[in-house]
Structure formats: structure tokens, C-alpha cells
Write a protein that binds this ligand. Structure first.
Ligand SMILES: [Cu+2]
Length: 142
């Protein structure tokens, strides 16, 4: 195992940030988009199993999307509009749904077209903590 001394520092560097305490992500998916699409959206069920409020304050997907944000779709005078959200707050033992027509992860400027069935890593940020989850590219909700 001559490679071990080289690989070990890389593995340690990648795991320096602790995972978001109590965060459980389920049914996560990214809606398939036509080739050349500049904007995609990610959805999931976020559950807080910690004993305190969980605050998510960012999302990123380096290598897959140039720019990512938390968004909320709201009906304003009968029209759907998207607005950025700084944080998602999830009460103890609560589940927050990111779903079409509501809260979502706005995934902009994909580095390349994402094929149906691809698994894309997204990192959710909770203060200094980070949880990486692989989102499946699907045509519709799981
Ligand atoms: Cu959006």
C-alpha cells in the first residue's frame, strides 16, 4: 500500500467540516432539464433529528453548478415568482419539504448537461458544518 501516505492527507482534508448535526435528507432529486438548460432545481425532504433548531444557510455544488441558491416560489397576484431565501430553519423533529411550487434549491449554470439518472453531489451548509448528499436527476418526483 505505497499510496496510503499520499491518500490519507487528501481524505482528512475532505472531512474537516463536520456534518450538519441531526440533518437527514430524503427523497432528494433534481428535475431533468433539456440540453443546454442554464437553470435547474433540486428538491428534497429535510428532517431535523437534532435536539435544537437546525439552520441551513447555503448550498453549493462545485464542479457541477457555477451558482447555487436557496429559493422560494410564491404566488404574487396570481403569478409564480421566485425569491432568494438566506436560510432554511427546521424545528426540532420537524421535516421541511423542498418541492415544486415552493422552496427549492436553485441550481444555475450547470458545468455540463446532466443526464437522467446521474447522481449529483450537493453540499448543504449549516454554519461551519457541511453535509454532502447525492441528488438523483429524475423526470418527476420520487
Ligand atoms: Cu428558483
Amino acid at each position: 500500500m505505497k499510496m496510503a501516505p499520499i491518500l490519507l492527507p487528501l481524505l482528512l482534508a475532505g472531512s474537516l467540516a463536520e456534518a450538519c448535526e441531526g440533518l437527514v435528507v430524503e427523497r432528494q432529486w433534481i428535475r431533468e432539464a433539456p440540453p443546454g438548460a442554464r437553470v435547474m432545481a433540486g428538491y428534497a425532504e429535510l428532517r431535523n433529528e437534532a435536539s435544537s433548531l437546525l439552520v441551513i444557510n447555503g448550498v453549493e455544488s462545485p464542479g457541477y453548478f457555477e451558482h447555487t441558491m436557496i429559493h422560494e416560489t410564491q404566488l404574487v397576484e396570481g403569478r409564480a415568482r421566485m425569491a432568494p431565501r438566506e436560510t432554511l430553519e427546521i424545528a426540532q423533529a420537524a421535516t421541511l419539504s423542498l418541492a415544486p411550487g415552493g422552496l427549492h434549491l436553485m441550481l444555475m449554470q450547470p458545468v455540463s448537461d446532466l443526464a437522467l439518472g446521474a447522481e449529483i453531489p450537493l453540499t448543504l451548509q449549516c454554519g461551519e458544518s457541511r453535509t454532502e448528499v447525492r441528488f438523483l436527476v429524475r423526470a418527476s418526483a420520487p
